[in-house]
Design a protein around this ligand. Sequence first.
Ligand SMILES: NC(=O)c1ccc[n+]([C@@H]2O[C@H](COP(=O)([O-])OP(=O)(O)OC[C@H]3O[C@@H](n4cnc5c(N)ncnc54)[C@H](O)[C@@H]3O)[C@@H](O)[C@H]2O)c1
Length: 431
Amino acid sequence: MVTGAIFADLGNDVIGVDIDRSRVDSLNAGDCPIHEPRLPELLKRNLKEGRLTFATSIPEAVSTSEIIFICVGTPPAEDGGTDLSQVETAATGIAHAVNGYKIIVNKSTVPVGTGDFVRDVIEKNGVAAKDFDVVCNPEFLREGQAVRDTLQPDRIVIGSSSETAAKTVELLYQALGAPCIITDTQSAELIKYASNAFLATKITFINAVANLCEQTQADIREVVKGVGADSRIGPAFLGAGLGYGGSCFPKDVDALLHASRRLGAEMPILEAVRAENDSRVPRFIQRIIGRLGTKNRLPLEGTTIGVLGLSFKPDTDDMREAKSIEICHALRETGARLRAYDPIATTNARRIIGDDGIEYCQNPYEAAKGASGIVIVTEWREFIQLNLNRLKSEMVEPIIFDGRNVYSSEQVTDAGFEYFSIGKIPSKPKP
Ligand SMILES: NC(=O)c1ccc[n+]([C@@H]2O[C@H](COP(=O)([O-])OP(=O)(O)OC[C@H]3O[C@@H](n4cnc5c(N)ncnc54)[C@H](O)[C@@H]3O)[C@@H](O)[C@H]2O)c1
């Protein structure tokens, strides 16, 4: 959607095809089915000017297009690999509609070798090799800033065995002025997985250092300032927290691990990343129980906890692999009653987390009502400058468990809170 809207904004005619009719209908009506800053304006403008349309019919879209992007989901398969069934179905549909030379671009995140798989599917469905080329053009945008990332990408990666096809796709991006890396298909496929796995490793590394800080007088935020100032390391992706989640990092790390095993080039480093990431929430829950729990079978029975932030990260309503899911389940299992608030993800969250033992609130202060602790799960901007006095006045016990290091110790202890953050020993409230 984001790439299509931006290609349309650059003057191309774009047809977005999806098998989900309700999604197509709402898009044609100008309603954006996901929360993504700046996307609704782009969508409305290009729909109005007739450069962008949405349809459920592959044949019409394929027959009128020179370049076809496959951007379908590539979820985890049962064997730990990647389920390519959506890619296969899309490629089959495209093959049946080919009416002349086409460039078929795989934008979905796929295991190394998928370009050949797509080529095979298309050929098996009756298209001659001369009538198409396959290109891999992985997507690097981040949800929550997808429009910005698409307009100002760090790099565009284009992999193909056809120089002409690669150059044609490069032309499509030319107006963005971003560096373009043209390479072979398999390298392009691996660039995407290696990038995500590296970022997941960076996050995990600093989380492990944060664990160490919690056993010392060191403060992870101070440590990160010094580490991130090294130009060989850089400050990005060094925010210690509850671990990576979302629809990409967990599945892409698993997929790379699976591929490395399959190809006999194992990557035990990623096993360690995965294990450390999986331990983040249990460790955080233990800190909450350690402070608020009893020795009863359900240590938090009768305790109310406010949960701030449910989406997997700020500026999106995406709940896929959100840490809030694991946190809410774990807290309910220990007997806690929850009061949760998210600026925009509540509807999606309710569908996944359910209503049992949890009340969804209209604002952070309502979520704090009667609570013995507030848990910050997602670092939404609006949590940074909450009225802490008002928050405290709603609570039974003023304790903040900050899973994203949104606050500084001084800020919250000055306001009379006891403060647990990631990578620092707890701070007592100032009298
Ligand atoms: N979401 C991200 O931030 C992000 C970032 C980079 C890369 N990616 C990759 O992009 C791909 C898509 O991710 P997403 O988050 O947009 O997935 P998604 O599941 O939200 O969207 C995929 C869409 O494809 C549609 N679809 C499925 N089969 C189809 C078919 N045969 N024909 C037409 N439409 C079909 C689905 O109905 C759905 O609307 C994945 O490979 C993902 O790893 C996603």
